[in-house]
Structure formats: C-alpha cells, structure tokens
Design a protein around this ligand. Structure first.
Ligand SMILES: C[S@@+](CC[C@H](N)C(=O)[O-])C[C@H]1O[C@@H](n2cnc3c(N)ncnc32)[C@H](O)[C@@H]1O
Length: 193
C-alpha cells in the first residue's frame, strides 16, 4: 500500500507500479491520518516526507498505530543543513541555506528521525547515511529558486547572487563543483508486546 495526499504523485506511482508488474496499491491520505486499521502492517517505509511535516511526532505515532507489535519502520529523509554548494562564497551560501531552512517546515528532519522513533516506543536497529550528489543540470532549477527566494527575502544582494551564480557556472565549466545534501535512514522495530 502506498499513501500520499497528492493525486499527481499517486498517478505516477500507479503508472510505475503497473510498468514494473507490481501488486502495489495506492490510496490518497496523509501521514497524520493513515487510512488503515490499527496493527495492520508488518513494515512501514516513509521516504522524504518528514521534511514536509510540521508535526512529525504525530506522524510517528500514526506509523506506530498501524504497525503490528514487533513491526518495523524505516524512515529516510534529508537534513538540508548539510547542503553543500561549491564553489562560491561560503558566507553567501550559508545565508541562502538559512533562508531555505526557515521556509521549510521540517528541513532538518534527517537529524531527528532517530529521536522521534525512540520517543514513539521503537527500538533502533540500524542507521545509515548517504550524500546525494546532484549533477548540475538536475540541480539548476533548485539553485535558481533558492537564489530567487534569498534575494526576495533580502538575505543576499543581487550582486551576491550574480557572483554566486558566476562562481558555480565557472566551477561547472572546469569540473570543480560539488552540489550535495545528506540523507539519513533509520531502521527500527516496535517491541513484540
Ligand atoms: C520528495 S516527495 C517524496 C515522494 C515519495 N515518498 C518518494 O520517496 O519518492 C515528498 C512527498 O511528501 C508528500 N507529503 C507532503 N505532505 C504530506 C503529508 N502530510 N502526509 C503524507 N505525505 C505528504 C508530498 O505529496 C510528496 O509526494
């Protein structure tokens, strides 16, 4: 079963599942009110959703509710504080990142996944992390959007934005760049009873 509140995401998920010949089914719903009975799943996997949640504690309680005793949860999410944009003035990048962190409900979600699971009664089994490294083409729209927002918020000047864009473009040109963010994954289980 897959759950998402966005019908467009559900449509894409259904298409991909059908193409893969998978038996998966998808329903509209949100993390705070999963449309399932108590104790009805062996495993819940939740990826890149917590960063959008303003009440991650409630969502974690909901995951615990639908899992059977002994059931397992895998939470995967980004910690946007770890974003690296190189080259460019680190002070300007830091101000841009801070503005983005301010505007996203739970942008540092990666670091709190473990604590949320422990607080909800889970036992931690494993943790892992991996840096997502973007290619410049993929990240360009996000970089432009971040720059626009930071400029509108008044945390960087037009000159600083132009200089940063020029530095990134020059880095890409000679192959000296790193555009990345760290994802964290935490695997846990509920006590058997
Ligand atoms: C970055 S996408 C990840 C999609 C998918 N989980 C995956 O791993 O490919 C973030 C998803 O979180 C969903 N989302 C946002 N708020 C949510 C909420 N309150 N409950 C459940 N999903 C939510 C969005 O609709 C979007 O599909």
């Amino acid at each position: 079963m897959g759950v998402d509140p966005n019908p467009a995401m559900l449509a894409t998920a259904r298409e991909r599942a059908a193409a893969a010949g998978a038996q998966a089914r998808f329903v509209e719903g949100d993390a705070y009110h999963l449309p399932f009975e108590d104790n009805s799943f062996d495993v819940v996997r939740c990826e890149r959703v917590y960063q959008h949640l303003d009440d991650p504690t409630a969502a974690t309680a909901e995951i615990a509710r639908v899992l059977r005793p002994g059931g397992r949860a895998l939470l995967i999410d980004t910690d946007w504080q770890t974003a690296i944009l190189h080259p460019g003035d680190p002070a300007v990048v830091a101000r841009m990142t801070a503005a983005m962190l301010e505007a996203t409900p739970n942008a540092k979600s990666g670091r709190s996944l473990r604590g949320l699971l422990v607080a909800a009664g889970f036992v931690i089994d494993d943790m892992g992390s991996e840096a997502v490294i973007w290619d410049p083409v993929t990240v360009r729209p996000m970089f432009d959007q971040l720059g626009r927002r930071a400029l509108a918020d008044g945390v960087i000047t037009q000159q600083e934005r132009d200089d940063l864009t020029a530095a990134i473009d020059a880095g890409i040109e000679i192959g000296d760049y790193l555009l990345s963010v760290t994802m964290f994954a935490v695997l846990a289980h509920l006590p058997p009873h």
